[in-house]
Design a protein around this ligand. Structure first.
Ligand SMILES: *[C@@H]1O[C@H](CO)[C@@H](O)[C@H](O)[C@H]1NC(C)=O
Length: 142
């Protein structure tokens, strides 16, 4: 993830005139495909992705709890006081996953229906849940 923007920029630069016989183009594609595999959880059906999301957040929250105990700096995305399941996913889907899978689907249009559409559905699902959370919170404050 530390090299996400760099890898995306290289791929985007090659995607429009992609040449499957060019080694540099193929290397750029392979790097993006590895990223796609690495962070594809939200592309999968909710009944598969959600238990993995629960594991991920448990690991983040455990880590940030320990960091707080030890007076260390805590990354906001790992902080149980700052993120919820919906808020953790909405930004990640909108700003990391969708732009990446949309780029790959421009090169492989057959991926649009099986990867981009499920991601948009996942984003909509988490946005609906966030709205519900916000309504509950607003009621608790009045
Ligand atoms: C989180 O911490 C709890 C309590 O120490 C532990 O049982 C659990 O296995 C930890 N989970 C992860 C994903 O590290």
């Amino acid at each position: 993830m530390a090299r996400h923007s760099e890898i995306m920029d290289i791929f985007k630069g090659k995607r429009e005139n992609f040449n499957f016989c060019n080694d540099d183009d193929l290397m750029a594609l392979k790097m993006v495909l590895i990223k796609c595999c690495d962070i594809s959880n939200e592309v999968r059906p909710m009944e598969i992705s959600e238990p993995w999301l629960d594991c991920l957040l448990e690991e983040y929250f455990n880590q940030s709890d320990k960091e707080k105990e030890e007076g260390l700096p805590v990354a906001a995305f790992m902080d149980r006081d700052k993120v919820t399941k919906p808020t953790a996913q909405i930004g990640f889907i909108k700003f990391v996953l969708l732009p990446m899978f949309e780029q790959v689907a421009l090169l492989f249009p057959q991926l649009h229906d099986v990867m981009v559409i499920p991601l948009r559905n996942a984003r909509d699902h988490w946005e609906r849940l966030k709205e519900q959370d916000d309504e509950i919170r607003a009621k608790q404050q009045t």
